[in-house]
Design a protein around this ligand. Sequence first.
Ligand SMILES: Cc1cc2nc3c(=O)[nH]c(=O)nc-3n(C[C@H](O)[C@H](O)[C@H](O)COP(=O)(O)O)c2cc1C
Length: 131
Amino acid sequence: MRKDFEPKPWFFPLPVLIVATYDENGNADAMNAAWGGLYESDQVELCLSAGHKTTKNILSQKAFTISFATGKYVEACDYVGLESGNNVPNKLEKSGFTTQKSDAVNAPVIQELPMCLECTLIRQTEEGNII
Ligand SMILES: Cc1cc2nc3c(=O)[nH]c(=O)nc-3n(C[C@H](O)[C@H](O)[C@H](O)COP(=O)(O)O)c2cc1C
């Protein structure tokens, strides 16, 4: 039976995006993002809070990767969405993920997750979203 939920920004299934970055010292960080998706055929958009370590890293390094979470690594994917690199400098290490620098951009690739977009920052929208 269908149910009316009123207007909501719901898309299903919703991928769990893991956004990985380096800070200015080359330390890797990653966070969980639900608010993201396609923008152009070769561009993605992320809606990230300004205070996140990830957001600061993207703005300083102009690069990031987006991996798609898998069920096998649900605990690590959950962890990076609950703890901040602002408070835990070795957050990514504690998550259990391992990384390797992308060949294409100055951002880490999470080795355990099979699919990864290697991205450069094009611009921030007026609302502050990352393109
Ligand atoms: C399921 C889930 C989805 C999330 N989606 C977003 C999001 O789309 N945008 C955002 O700014 N924060 C989102 N968060 C919160 C960040 O992942 C979280 O605050 C994280 O600790 C930030 O890490 P950082 O400070 O190391 O970058 C989400 C968290 C979870 C658990």
